[in-house]
Design a protein around this ligand. Structure first.
Ligand SMILES: Cc1cc2nc3c(=O)[nH]c(=O)nc-3n(C[C@H](O)[C@H](O)[C@H](O)COP(=O)(O)O)c2cc1C
Length: 392
């Protein structure tokens, strides 16, 4: 099988798994502690069946969706993921290119292995930037200034990494800085020649957005250490207020789960929230983003744009999230699997798989444009209906 033969995200995952050493695959795929959160995120969608409306003429369908003043071709985008060149060299910009071609947003990670300056060249209108806030706030302020000068449209501030998390797969595999490869890991890597070729040619990837602030001449490991030491700990609401003043365009907080935090963000003038639990990579006992959506929608849905990521694996999932109050959804692992498996073509394949599934399910449920979706298209049990019917 190659990416042309892949018919769903799971096929792309299997292809990516074949290309990657276990230590890297586990880093991407894994969660924390018991990894319950991974299942919880995906199962939340399975518990919300769609309610089809029949006897509707669905011969013409349009899945384009406006977001922050721009019309995208589909209601999904690519979530920020760090370290991509360690999975496939050049992967950040490959994803950016695929996003530009599909006319969907791509969020460059605060731990990206390409620079925001290059992003602005490859996908000037589709590239957003995700900020990991540095202990030294002058670094973050300078990053915000750079992104603003590059005319990037949207700043996403990730708020759900107060500290590192207990990723047991990584600990068992010796994934860390510096990499401590067991003999078994080394032998496993040798059996992945395509990945090995990248690694032999380029080594560990640098995080170039941070290079101007790190000690001069820092190699990839030193730069990685520097970034890890900077992005933990002290982010607070004063920072968000300050960033709001500094950033001239749309600003999103990623990782908000509580309604009180959502309301505070709205009061500060934040434009949107990414309801997210970081793909179940931070707090294993966190609720699924989908389950949080109704209450957050009830609290701030009339004032802020709500987006969601975590566990979206099918076109149906996208539509379910839209029915429950999200305007847009984002993908973390699935698009990574696409790019690892097949570069730009693989990332484009991931986008087209989801696009086709959305189109088909729209037809199945009797919807010809996304503004027709609402809570009446998902199945609620009676108690929930009384308690919790979300606003559109
Ligand atoms: C390998 C990997 C790296 C990630 N790196 C970041 C990051 O740098 N910044 C961030 O805000 N979120 C990061 N995330 C979380 C994603 O943005 C997103 O919230 C999550 O992957 C969505 O869940 P999904 O993988 O089920 O789609 C990362 C996720 C993965 C899988």
């Amino acid at each position: 099988m190659n990416v042309d033969d892949a018919i769903n995200f799971d096929d792309l995952r299997i292809l990516a798994k074949k290309r990657l050493p276990k230590i890297i695959y586990d880093f991407i795929e894994g969660g924390v502690d018991d990894e319950d959160g991974l299942d919880r995120n995906e199962n939340a969608f399975r518990r919300r069946p769609l309610m089809p409306r029949y006897m509707v003429d669905i011969s013409e369908r349009d899945q384009s969706q406006p977001l922050f003043g721009r019309q995208y071709s589909s209601p999904f985008g690519i979530a920020p993921t760090g370290g991509i060149s360690n999975y496939r060299w050049g992967g950040d910009l490959m994803l950016a290119e695929a996003a530009r071609e599909a006319n969907i947003p791509f969020i460059m990670s605060g731990a990206a292995t390409a620079s925001m300056e290059d992003l602005a060249k490859v996908a000037p209108e589709h590239g957003w930037y995700q900020l990991y806030v540095a202990q030294d706030r002058s670094i973050s302020e300078d990053m915000i200034r750079r992104a603003a000068d590059l005319n990037l449209s949207t700043l996403v501030v990730t708020v759900d990494v107060p500290t590192g998390s207990n990723r047991e797969r990584n600990r068992r595999n010796g994934f860390g800085r510096p990499l401590k490869l067991s003999l078994a890991s080394k032998l496993d890597a040798l059996r992945r020649p395509l990945w090995m070729k990248d690694y032999m040619r380029h080594g560990i990837a640098k995080l170039p957005n941070w290079a101007p602030y790190a000690p001069e001449g820092a190699d990839a490991n030193m730069l990685g250490e520097f970034v890890s030491s900077q992005i933990r700990g002290s982010l607070n609401w004063n920072d968000i207020e300050n960033f709001r003043k500094l950033w001239p365009r749309k600003m999103v907080l990623k990782g908000v789960m509580r309604t009180d935090d959502a309301i505070r963000a709205a009061e500060i003038g934040v434009d949107g929230l990414m309801v997210s639990n970081h793909g179940a990579r931070q707090l294993d006992r966190a609720p699924s983003p989908l389950d949080l959506l109704p209450s957050i929608n009830a609290a701030v849905g009339d004032r802020m744009t709500l987006m969601l990521d975590g566990g979206v694996r099918r076109g149906s999932d996208v539509l379910i999230a839209l029915c429950m109050g999200a305007k847009f959804i984002f993908l973390g692992r699935p698009t990574l699997y696409g790019v690892v498996a097949g570069g730009v073509a693989g990332a484009s394949k991931a986008a087209s798989i989801l696009r086709n599934e959305i189109d088909l399910v729209m037809a199945q449920i009797g919807v010809t444009s996304l503004d027709q979706l609402g809570p009446d298209f998902v199945h609620w049990d009676e108690d929930e209906l009384r308690r919790n019917m979300p606003r559109r």
